[in-house]
Design a binder for this molecule. Structure first.
Ligand code: ADP
Ligand code: MG
Length: 246
């Protein structure tokens, strides 16, 4: 199986003495879904942000889609990685002055130099996939949070990424809107998208993930398949964390 993400002994400190990442190693193979869990401040965002070069690291090595980067943070390689990796954030970060369809076609047309008509056609296909094609001409402020997040996912997909990163994609949503976003993500996973998802949504993790990685204080405490992690986590710290969630 082809590895899409390989991290070897990644370490990072923002401030001296405090390790945001402490010797983190992991592998995500093609078509697999890794869910990352852990308490606030455990390093989850820092970790997935290194996967598309949004964060540097001090030690260790990353191989993303066959491109190797290290602490020198080679900008040319980072650019290559960014073209192939999509990211969805907690805050949807849509362009408020552009319509939904324009939000989705902007980068394909201006960055990837695709034809407008082709970008629009593919954009409409993606909006349909996400169940929001009827909103194509509206503006972000006219949509609910759950709809805006599905636009953000469609926008990431428009660049035809080979890896999708999600950092707490449902944390800013009203509870009744969470499932429509998780369902859209389930669909992507079923279609074979390789995904790394920071989330505390246990139902989603149980259904969709191949592995759950649990972090605390910048360290990987355990990486287990979901059926083991949620019923019989190997580590006391994981079990304590799970008890606090429900
Ligand atoms: P999580 O996403 O699990 O909540 P983060 O990766 O955001 O954790 O943070 C890990 C640690 O790094 C925390 O101690 C946090 O305070 C620190 N940290 C995160 N971002 C920064 C930053 N930009 N500058 C300084 N410290 C940071
Ligand atoms: Mg975070």
């Amino acid at each position: 199986m082809e590895p899409i993400v390989v991290a070897k002994n990644l370490s990072k400190s923002y401030t001296k003495g405090l390790r945001a990442l402490d010797n983190v190693s992991l592998t995500v193979n093609q078509g697999k879904v890794l869910v990352v869990m852990g308490p606030s401040g455990s390093g989850k965002s820092t970790l997935i942000r290194t996967f598309n070069g949004l964060e540097t690291f001090d030690r260790g090595e990353l191989n993303i889609l066959g491109i190797k980067i290290d602490s020198t943070h080679d900008e040319r390689k980072i650019q290559k990685i960014r073209r192939r990796v999509g990211m969805v954030f907690q805050q949807f970060n849509l362009f408020p002055h552009l319509s939904i369809l324009e939000n989705i076609t902007l980068a394909p047309v201006h960055v990837q130099k695709r034809r407008q008509a082709e970008a629009e056609e593919y954009g409409m296909y993606l909006l349909n996939q996400m169940g929001i094609d009827s909103h194509a001409k509206k503006y972000p402020s006219q949509l609910s949070g759950g709809e805006q997040q599905r636009v953000a996912i469609a926008r990431a997909l428009a660049l035809k990424p080979e890896l999708l990163l999600f950092d707490e994609p449902t944390s800013a949503l009203d509870p009744e809107r969470i499932n429509e976003v998780l369902d859209a993500m389930r669909k992507l996973a079923r279609q074979g998208m390789t995904m790394v998802v920071v989330t505390h949504e246990i139902g989603f993790a149980k259904d969709v993930s191949d592995q759950v990685l649990f972090m605390d204080s910048g360290k990987v405490i355990e990486t287990s398949p979901p059926n083991i992690f949620f019923s019989n986590a190997r580590h006391e710290r994981s079990r304590k964390f799970l008890n606090q969630l429900d």
